[in-house]
Design a protein around this ligand. Structure first.
Ligand code: AMP
Ligand code: ZN
Length: 704
């Protein structure tokens, strides 16, 4: 991969090569960090950096101050306010195999000669780093790493992440900065990419990019819908809290209310470190989130001070990187799949290979542009992997292995299912079959209605659905509700039993199916909306629409302008909903669903407010103007707060009205924050302890 350039012999050639590498690395760093749209694999990117590092090590005078090796990543984009990191957010040096890890361990043992040296081993979470700042126990800022010196202020987005505490569980202690990793669970990543695909949007290459993208959304509601989580693993200034080791820092973080990864181990010897790395490699595929290695840190902070930092990374830590799980196989066929909205998706079919714990034989190629971009030909030897350890993905061809027999693939001009015309809209990457009666589309629509994310008709798998369609029992989704026991029993399942007779649907299964169908009559409106398969209406949009209109009738009567005003609904979605409602066939199906007793209106319940004040204890004292103390207490409790009668060290806040007496004195004595009635109203209105607008206004009392 290094073009035989590992031992640069002559200086001019090395200099030219270094120049080229720097340009290349800068370009890819920008794609990766600023655009969240990498073009090459992490392994390939690392290889470029390492080659440059090798040249710079051999010719130190060639190192330029602007060399990508001298800093972390690329500049942040300008969309968010810049945040100057009080302490630099460093990257980590990598050990690409156990040999390099040993070399690092030996160096450390040498440099710390004579002193016992324990290692804190942690999983390297593959997400996006974040720095959280707390003032007197309250979250006041969240920032991305950016280039290590300057990051971006993403506070409003970070506040939507449930595992980011808005208030610390330890007594207020002035200024604290903690650092960690925001990530997207594998399952949520898979779901998000499915939705992106469905909406004709580009998919994310891996959960890391998806997480980084979600953290840097302009609209915090989008971040909130992306199901992010976070593990914290560092205190920017642990010594200030009297904490002297990494394991003590992790304990403190756990007690303060942060999520700390449970799979941590303090190892005394390099043998133990090895064992932990091997264990991590083994469990890697079973974890619900992606890890790309193990981080080994010297446990003692006193030793950190001694070892210090290089220009870009600490000398007291190293990242043992897992080898990328990529395999090669032969691309046999590209088959076109017809989706429920008619979208034609090319799917690669290749010789089965074992990757990241399971055998894969197919992977979506998304669209024709993607195939061109990847440059794969039928018959190619291809590299495959799993994006985020879950979604099979074709990385690209191994061009050197071509023998001339490979052929280019083209999207067929007709629908492979019905032979209908294929149409590609100008601003879309996917072509669609335009035949409304297309059997493949119908099958997909029916299957979608019954699927778990929609009406969840238990037992109604795609196999049975296609048999019912073939048997003429199902044409559209309303037909589910007129199926009878007699019709279901005896349906040919298209398989033969051991004795050679055809397998048919039995009475038990038929009864079970009818029960599941009946249960689906009372699903929430959002599920029904999603189930209808309106273009661009994924589960998140369906929830927004259901919440805004409360009934299918109101929704279908709404104008395009009205629809577009709903949060998360743009003009494109509004147009699509309107087009659905204007089609008499669709309206007929909706009416039949209603006649069949499928619920199409939300039962209006007062929405329960998020329990944002959970874990806090409040004391009210003095007279309030806007409400009685009881009313204020109930309002606080509705947000999860506890309300107590007397002030103690455990009290989180005291609200002091007019003529507050001894309770106020006691609060000031103990350093408990004191709020005014106006502060209280702000908290009750926003449900938040510090609302973004008046972050500076909340008095923090005498606490420090
Ligand atoms: P890299 O981006 O490859 O240089 O790796 C460094 C990054 O790994 C850090 O900036 C963190 O965002 C991330 N990371 C994930 N898990 C950990 C961990 N347990 N300790 C330190 N860094 C971690
Ligand atoms: Zn078709």
């Amino acid at each position: 991969m290094t073009d035989g350039f590992t031992s640069p012999a002559d200086r001019p050639a090395s200099e030219a090569r270094a120049e080229r590498l720097r340009d290349e690395i800068r370009y890819h760093a920008q794609r990766y960090y600023a655009l969240d749209a990498p073009e090459i694999s992490d392994a390939a990117y690392d290889a470029l950096v390492r080659e440059l590092e090798a040249i710079e090590a051999a010719w130190p005078e060639l190192v330029t101050t602007d060399s990508p090796t001298q800093r972390v990543g690329a500049p942040p984009s300008t969309q968010f306010a810049p945040v100057q990191h009080a302490r630099r957010m460093y990257s980590l040096d990598n050990a690409m195999d156990l040999g390099e890890l040993d070399a690092w361990l030996e160096r450390v043992e040498r440099e710390t000669a004579g002193r016992p040296c324990a290692y804190a081993c942690e999983l390297k979470i593959d997400g996006s780093s974040i720095a959280l700042t707390y003032e007197d126990g309250m979250l006041v800022r969240a920032a991305t790493r950016g280039d290590g010196t300057t990051g971006e202020d993403v506070t409003i987005n970070a506040r939507t992440i449930k595992s980011v505490p808005l208030r610390l569980l330890v007594p207020p202690i002035g200024h604290v900065e903690v650092r960690g990793e925001v990530y997207m669970p594998k399952e949520s990543f898979a779901r998000l990419n499915a939705e992106q695909d469905e909406a004709g949007q580009p998919v994310f290459a891996n959960p890391r990019n998806a997480a980084a993208g979600a953290v840097r959304q302009k609209d915090p509601a989008v971040t909130a819908s992306r199901d992010l989580s976070a593990f914290m693993y560092q205190l920017a200034d642990a010594r200030a809290l009297g904490i002297e080791s990494q394991h003590a820092a992790l304990m403190w973080l756990g007690e303060a209310g942060f999520r700390v990864n449970p799979d941590i181990k303090t190892c005394a010897t390099s043998t133990d470190v090895h064992a932990f790395c091997e264990w991590a490699l083994e469990v890697r595929n079973t974890l619900p989130y992606e890890i790309d290695g193990v981080v080994i840190k010297i446990d003692s902070f006193a030793l950190h001070d001694e070892l210090g930092f290089t220009a870009k990374a600490p000398r007291w830590a190293v990242a043992f990187k897992f080898p990328p799980e990529e395999r090669t196989t032969i691309l046999r066929e590209i088959r076109v799949q017809v989706g429920r909205t008619g979208a034609l998706t090319p799917v690669a079919e290749f010789d089965p290979v074992l990757v990241a714990g399971s055998t894969i034989a197919r992977a979506t190629l998304h669209n024709e542009d993607e195939i061109r971009r990847k440059g794969v030909l039928l018959g190619d030897t291809i590299v495959v992997r799993k994006a985020g350890d879950v979604i099979p993905e074709v990385v690209g061809p191994v061009e050197r292995l071509r023998d001339g027999s490979e052929r280019e693939w083209r999207m067929p001009a007709e629908c492979p299912s019905c032979g209908g015309a294929v149409w590609r809209e100008e601003d879309e990457v996917v072509p669609r079959c335009t035949n409304a009666g297309c059997p493949a589309q119908r099958l997909e629509r029916l299957g979608h209605w019954a699927s778990r994310g929609a009406l969840d008709i238990d037992g109604m798998g795609s196999e049975i659905v296609s048999r019912l369609v073939e048997g003429g029992l199902l044409h559209d989704v309303a037909d589910y509700y007129s199926l009878t026991f007699e019709q279901l029993v005896g349906v040919d399942l298209g398989r033969v039993k051991k004795d050679g007779t055809p397998q048919v649907l039995g009475e038990t299964v038929a009864a079970k199916l009818l029960k599941s169908i009946d249960a689906s009559r009372t699903r929430p409106l959002a599920k029904v909306l999603f189930g209808l398969g309106i273009r661009h209406v994924g589960s998140t949009v369906a929830e927004a629409l259901a919440a805004a209109y409360g009934s299918l009738d109101d929704l279908l009567a709404a104008s395009e302008e009205d629809l577009a005003r709903v949060e998360q609904v743009g003009p494109k979605i509004a147009e699509s909903v309107r087009a659905f409602a204007d089609n008499p066939e669709n309206v007929a199906i909706v009416r039949r669903l209603q006649t069949a007793g499928v619920s199409t209106a939300e039962e209006r319940r007062a929405p329960e407010r998020p329990q944002t004040l959970a874990g806090t204890t409040w004391v009210l004292t003095g007279g309030l103007e806007r409400f009685t103390r009881d009313e204020a207490g109930s309002a606080l409790k509705a947000l999860g707060a506890k309300v107590a009668g007397s002030v103690s060290k455990k009290t989180s806040f005291v609200v002091a009205g007019s003529d507050a007496g001894s309770k106020l004195d006691r609060a000031l004595e103990l350093g408990v924050p004191v709020l005014t009635e106006a502060d209280l109203i702000a908290v009750l209105d926003t449900g938040d302890l510090v609302s973004p607008g008046n972050a500076g206004d909340t008095p923090s009392g005498a606490a420090s």
